[in-house]
Design a protein around this ligand. Structure first.
Ligand code: TRP
Length: 335
């Protein structure tokens, strides 16, 4: 039986962080041998709010690729590719654009949030408003069955399903598979400042490429229970970022339970909890950083991996666009 298909990816706007790691990178590594996996470096999508900064996007294509390789995404089994080098994705986006209303795009909760965050007001770049359509083209071109992403991407998948249905119905065909989101089972990782989710733009992230010293500083400064002033004070575990991280990353749940009890009772200082957290984080990040360092020695080889992946991905997208044109009856010169 043919393997089921995964498509997922990231915008290359900055280094990937621990939130990406628990939200979807880990899953990609786990699933890559069971599925045919495609990972898109979404530079076109990154440009929808960085049109003036193509250099930033360009530089981060390599950084994101290094993060992928560092966490263990294996280019022998996973196809990693660059969005802007697949013209068929742009083509499909244009066809899909007619199957979506502006009103529907304005209702997409993720887009709404991001418009607010970026302070666009009424000056929303058209490309930005429409990026869910382009994301649908990414997913549907590869006929993905599964899309492993963080919870913030659920609206994108819902919109993709709507577009797939609308296309199949409009052109009386079954070209597109309805994808399913695979949302990480761990709760969203808060920022080190305890505010909202971890994000590079909020400056509250621990990046996968951060040095051990940077991680140590971030953990030292991390928010805990603001009412836990004296070591002897009873502390709160729930919603305490340090314990959120330990819940997510500490493999020794029994010892963690003992520590939580002690913290609640009073008598356990933040420094002790934080030093455990640092130990746990470094045990994950040290090997990632070391692998990243190895791959970074040969950027040419990384670019070759991307070039090969992109060529392979282009073939898949080209087959789909032929089917699309066929279903729409606009394949003018079939041979
Ligand atoms: N929107 C995703 C992000 O913000 C990136 C992305 C682009 C994506 N195309 C995709 C994710 C297709 C999953 C599937 O990082």
């Amino acid at each position: 039986m043919a393997k089921k298909i995964i498509l997922t990816g990231d915008r290359p706007t900055g280094p990937l962080h621990l939130g990406h790691y628990v939200g979807s990178l880990r899953t990609r590594v786990e699933l890559q041998s069971q599925y045919k996996q495609f990972v898109i470096i979404a530079d076109v999508q990154a440009l929808t709010d960085n049109a003036e900064k193509p250099q930033l996007v360009r530089d981060n294509v390599l950084e994101v690729a290094l993060d992928y390789l560092a966490v263990g995404i294996d280019p022998q089994v996973t196809t990693i590719f660059i969005q802007s080098l697949i013209p068929q994705l742009a083509e499909l986006t244009m066809f899909f654009m007619n199957l979506v209303t502006v009103a529907r795009l304005q209702l997409n909760p993720t887009v709404k949030d991001e418009i607010k965050q970026r302070g666009f007001g009424t000056s929303i770049p058209a490309g930005f408003l429409c990026y869910p359509v382009s994301q649908a083209a990414d997913i549907l071109s590869f006929k993905a069955d599964l899309v492993p992403v963080g919870a913030d991407q659920i609206p994108m998948i819902e919109q993709t399903v709507e577009i797939a249905r609308r296309f199949n119905r409009s052109y009386n065909c079954s070209v597109f598979t309805e994808p399913q989101g695979l949302i990480a089972s761990v709760p969203r990782l808060p920022g080190v400042d305890g505010k909202g989710k971890m994000s590079k733009s909020a400056g509250n992230a621990i990046s996968l490429c951060d040095s051990a010293d940077t991680v140590r500083d971030a953990v030292k400064k991390m928010y805990t229970d603001p009412k836990h002033l004296l070591i002897s004070d009873p502390g709160t575990v729930e919603g305490n970022p340090v314990f959120c991280y330990l819940d997510t990353f500490d493999p020794d749940k029994q010892a963690l339970d003992v520590m939580k009890e002690h913290y609640r009772r009073g008598g356990l200082g933040d420094t002790v909890v934080k030093s455990r957290l640092l130990e746990v984080l470094l045990s994950i990040l040290d090997p990632i950083r070391a692998r990243r360092h190895e791959f970074a020695k040969d950027p040419g080889e990384v670019m070759r991996i991307l070039k090969d992946g992109t060529a392979a991905a282009r073939e898949v997208a080209a087959t789909t666009i032929q089917e699309v044109r066929g279903s729409m009856g606009i394949n003018y010169f079939p041979n």
